[in-house]
Ligand binder design. Structure first.
Ligand code: SOE
Length: 388
């Protein structure tokens, strides 16, 4: 009989929605499931918010006391879907209580916090994972398969972008994502780390970076209410403004430990770009291109194709590709954000069932944090910074 595991989800916002949906759906896609996640308790800031999240996301219980919840003997998994400032405190408490942990990205605000979380997790032998979901897109996993099989040869160059526009309007509110004490950094931590995670997954560790960081919107209207307001909601030109103390953009060059070179750009201020995660990877025997806005597709060029047939081909992911057995039976039916979260959930519970750490785990999250930190340092010094 497939084991039922009780989940305590801390945070009932946008990410809470994505994770709750994945808990409900994962066994419907991947059957037999590695475990059945049971939505036991959801925690939010107030009792009222927690109760609303309970009803909406289908949990048995609601609470506003995460400390009590992570120490409950009937909880198997702690899921951290909060803003970044409480990741470390919750994860360390959950690790000490012996709970398996899935934590939203970025792992932490700083390298110090990420290191403390990693040490706590390793000390108690729990399974731990960071929710960098984009590597769970079947087309990205297919790119990884081609690279691992040597189909595009030795990797020479990686180009990664993550462009959005939800913060381009200067009257968008000063949410926690623009406050260093809560977020740690801006575009670097929020979305640049997704690209770093993809670069680590596909190419290998980044050893050195040089980066420019820039803040375009230096003050924003003070946010009314505590909810994470992404994008268009409640823009206001006539409320008091307060300073933004994080970056709006990062542009970085990369040197990989394995010899490849690369670049990364990330901003949430690029009008017209919604979730524009692009990867282009050149190897000695071919190239790969991926754009998340067309996430069913992987474009691949194999240099050993006959000269008159050379060019990028488009592969629509489906049953023949990674995770295809669990997802939809025909290519092109449509992979979405939800599917990436369902696959992430499957990989997390598979890791618990097998007792083997998944990737990215907290150690991988710490490595990503080290790269982000080097980019932020380089943004100040203007020099190449070693990832250490
Ligand atoms: C905002 O930039 C955000 O919600 C990120 O925090 C997520 O990680 C990304 O997947 C979608 O956009």
């Amino acid at each position: 009989m497939t084991k039922v595991m009780n989940v305590a989800m801390i945070g009932g916002g946008f990410m809470g929605k994505a994770h709750a949906m994945a808990y409900a759906s994962m066994p419907m896609f991947f059957w037999p499931a590695p475990a059945i996640p049971h939505r036991k308790v959801v925690v939010d800031v107030t009792d009222g918010m927690a109760e609303e999240a309970r009803r909406r996301f289908g949990f048995d219980e609601a609470s506003s006391d995460w400390r009590a919840v992570v120490n409950r003997p009937d909880i198997d998994v702690v899921d951290i879907c909060t803003p970044n400032n409480v990741h470390a405190e919750i994860a360390i408490a959950a690790a000490k209580a012996g709970k398996h942990i899935i934590c939203e990205k970025p792992l932490a605000r700083t390298v110090e916090e990420a290191r403390a979380m990693t040490e706590a997790a390793k000390a108690t032998g729990i399974i731990h994972m960071v929710a960098f979901n984009y590597r769970r897109t079947p087309a990205v996993a297919l790119a990884k398969k081609f690279i691992d099989e040597g189909r595009i040869g030795k990797i020479l160059n990686f180009r990664g972008t993550y462009l959005q526009d939800w913060s381009a309007d200067e009257n968008g509110p000063l949410s926690w994502r623009f406050q260093k004490k809560i977020a740690g950094s801006g575009a670097v931590g929020d979305i640049g780390t997704h690209v770093v995670d993809l670069a680590h997954y596909l190419v290998g560790p980044i050893a050195e970076v040089i980066a420019m960081t820039k803040t375009y919107v230096t003050t924003r209207p003070i946010q009314q209410g505590g909810v994470d307001k992404l994008g268009a909601s409640e823009k206001s030109a006539d409320v008091e403004r307060a300073p933004v103390d994080v970056d709006d953009e990062v542009i970085s060059m990369l040197r990989f430990a394995g010899g490849a070179v690369g670049s990364l750009e990330a901003t949430r201020n690029a009008w017209g770009r919604n979730n524009f995660i692009t990867l282009e990877i050149h190897g000695t025997k071919g190239s790969i291109h991926f754009n998340y806005e067309r996430r069913d597709e992987l474009q691949v060029m194999f240099a050993d194709d006959p000269a008159d047939a050379r060019g990028f081909r488009t592969i629509y992911t489906g049953p023949a590709h990674p995770y295809g057995g669990g997802l939809w039976p025909i290519p092109g039916l449509g992979i979405g954000y939800s599917e990436t979260k369902i696959v992430e959930c499957f990989d997390f519970f598979s890791a618990i069932a097998s007792g083997k750490q998944p990737s990215p785990n907290f150690e991988d999250g710490l490595l990503t944090e080290l790269v982000a930190d080097a980019m932020l340092r380089s943004g100040e010094t203007g020099k190449w910074e070693t990832v250490s």
